[in-house]
Every structure is written in structure tokens, then in C-alpha cells.
Design a protein around this ligand. Sequence first.
Ligand SMILES: *Cc1c(COP(=O)(O)O)cnc(C)c1O
Ligand SMILES: [Zn+2]
Length: 475
Amino acid sequence: MLLQAHSQNANRTDLSHQRCINPACGATYETHSIRTSCDRCGELLDIAYDWDHLPVPEKLSDFEAMWSQRTNPIRFSGVWRFHELLPFAPQDKVVTVGEGQTLLQQADAVGEFVGMDAGKLHLQYEGMNPSGSFKDNGMCAAFTHARMMEAKRAACASTGNTSASLAMYCSTTRLMKAIIFIGSGKISYGKLSQALDYGALTVQIAGDFDDAMLRVQQVSKQLGIYLVNSVNPFRLEGQKTVMYRVLEALRWEVPDWIVVPGGNLGNSSAFGKAFMELKQLGLVDRIPRLAVVNASGADTAYELYERRGVRWNGGHIDFDPIRQHNDRMDREHLKADTIASAIEINRPVNLKKCLRALDVMDGVVRQVTDQEILDAKAKVGAGGFGCEPASAASVAGAKLLRREGVIAPSDRVVCILTGHELKDPTATVAYHTTDQDLFNRVLASRGVSKASYANRAIAVPNELDDIIKAIQLYS
Ligand SMILES: *Cc1c(COP(=O)(O)O)cnc(C)c1O
Ligand SMILES: [Zn+2]
């Protein structure tokens, strides 16, 4: 049971603070302040808690006692029902639209494709969130902080899902105006349509995602707009709950592997922090391993971690290889390019936090091609609910790690499916199409040469006999 004696402390904002992740600095700032980096050294910030004075459950299964309280919006939310593990906000400021009602599914057909024993592969469907991606987990937390700060406008740069999520929270709560920066290039229509439909002010920059990211930071600073990009440390607090729900679905047993696509590396960072804290609080006895999966067309994390050996190293990160890599990308005008638009990112903003997560979770980083991503995506779709291309990088990555023998067939693996299938119907239709032009334009241009798992429509004349013949032939 919760330690009721401390429950009056649950609303105290002085029991949490923002803290620089650089251990050599360690500067702290009030929760009740807006910043995206350390004033003193410029590093990223974490939310840190004074756990000794907060009502933390004695064991994770204590959360089950709260499952019956579904009429309380805070207990209904898949994020806020774990409020005790992200207690930075007074309960009366918490914003929720019922996010986090997501599902962990045992997926044996996909498991077979990956090379796992039956019953060992699980898919965590974060696309079931209200705006269709895992981003809602973090957005409700950042939005809650924005509300605590009485912000009137909130902004982000986005490859699509962050903006869809922000626009949704703004329009459903009417607490803030959403301002969204997008690049001119790839953004899937499913995502853009949400931002437009939900009434966000949408600013299209003549540049790519990284340009949009830079501009939104400048503009937010100058105009005092609340920034909800991945650098916002409160978002990662909400994203920790994906791990709590995975544990909940596994009846509080810790799996062997968490496999997640890596873009700006917010998820992987949040997962690392979740397990770091659960371990510290004595709520888990071991920590799963982490696999972060890049698209090979956007492989900064892979390049730095696996090829150049950059490590967290107790917070003493060797910056030279990072600088060299960035310089090389600038010099040679290398730009991320992948069908998985949600992870098409050159400079992941949470890189250092992700290095910490890889350290805590004994992690690995891999890269997979667009071909591998789309084949895995087709298998996910055929085996249950679908996902968008970036999400399938997790399944393709698990398959690669199985092939390498890093993951054993008997390991218990959870692949995080980050976004809903309908976010990017173009990629799906192009994979299954009989229209060679469409295939070429969307896929062949990215080095995808075949669609081995395509389920193609069959063309028949508008004649009853022919239609019946075709159905009998193919079914
Ligand atoms: C944002 C996003 C990602 C990337 O997540 P990071 O936390 O930035 O690494 C992956 N998949 C989908 C569908 C996303 O929306
Ligand atoms: Zn600092």
C-alpha cells in the first residue's frame, strides 16, 4: 500500500527539482522554472526527486490496488496512474486526455520472423495513444508543467508526431495555443493532417527538421513561448511510464530486452531513467538490456556508440568523436534519409542521456536498412495491429540481434511500436502496391528493391464470373 502518512507531501513541488545531468556540474533548479539546458554548463536537465519524503509504493504490484479507481482521471490515465513515480506536479494541475491506454501483445508470428521461441516476443503498441503515437506519454507531462508555469503558447519542431500530440493537447484542453514548426521535406500526411485539423498554428520553414529545431528554440526564447521539444525534461518523465506499463502487463516481471527505435533518443533516455530509479527505489531486482535501433540512413547513435566507442563513462563523455562526427556531416553535407521519417534525425538532442541509459541498461545500438524496416513492418501488420515505418525498426533490430546471437531465442523481448499504422499510409500502400511508379517513387528511390511480404490487390474485370473465379483461385 502507499505510505499514506506521506501523502500530504505528494503535492509539494519542493520535493522535486531540475538537475544538470553532468555530474561534474550537478547544478539544480526549481521545478517551477522554464529552462531547456543548464545555465552553468549548457548540458541537458533531468527531473530529480526527494524520494525519501515522497509516498512511493513498497512494491510495484501496489499500483494494482489503484486499477479500480478508473473514474478518477488521474488513475485512468496510463501515465498518471503512476503519478508516484513522476511526482513533479500537484494533482490539480495534471493534464490528461486518457493517454497511455496501450497494449502489450504476445506476437508469435512476428516472433517467428525475428527468430524467437514461441511466447518470447512481445509488442508494446504505443500507437494506441489518443494522437496515435507514444508522444502523448511525454506530452501530457510537459503540458502539465506548461500549465504549472501558466504558459499561454506552446511550441515544438517535429517530424510529425510531436506536433500532432501537442496540437491535440492544446485543442482538447484549450489551455494553450499550439505553434508548430515543420521542415519542408518529408512529413507524412497522416501527421500533418492532425496538426492542421486540431487548429495548430503551423509554420513551415524552408529547411529540414534540424533547421526547424534550431529556429523553434530561438523563437521560443525570444517570445517566451513554452517549448515542448525532446529537450524538455518533463516529457521524458511521462515517457518513463511506457516501461511501467510493460512491467504491469508482464505481471511485474522484468523482461530480458527492450528494443526501441532511436530518433532524438528521448524514449531510450526515459527508459534508462525509469529503470535507474526503479532499481534505486528497490522496486525491481534487475534491469533489462536495451537495444536502440537507428535507420541506416540516420545512424548517428550507432556511429558514435558502436563505431567510435563513445560512452557515458560516469558522465565524463569524450566529446571529440561527437564533434568530429558533426563536423564531418556538415563538411560533406550529409543529411539523414530514411522512409522512417520519425527517426530521420541527424543530431539526436538526447544523445548524452541515451548514453547514460545504454550504460544503465547494458545496451547496444544497431542500424537497419529501409528494406529491413519495411519487411518487418509488413510482418507486424500481418501479425496483428500495424505500425508506422519507424516503429518497425525495433522488430528489424531484434531480428538482426537474434541473427548475431546477441539476443537468444529464449530471451523475453519487448519491441516498442512507437506509432500507429495510419500515420503513414503512403509507405504501406507503396509496399503492397502493384503500381510500379508508386513503388519506385516512394521506395525504390530509398534502396528498397523488393516487397517480399506484400499483400497485393488482385485486378479483375467487372464481371461476376471473373470475380468469383479469382476469389476461388486465391482463397
Ligand atoms: C518520435 C518518434 C520516434 C523517435 O523517438 P525518440 O524518442 O526521438 O528516439 C520513433 N517512432 C515514432 C513513431 C516517433 O513518433
Ligand atoms: Zn550543468
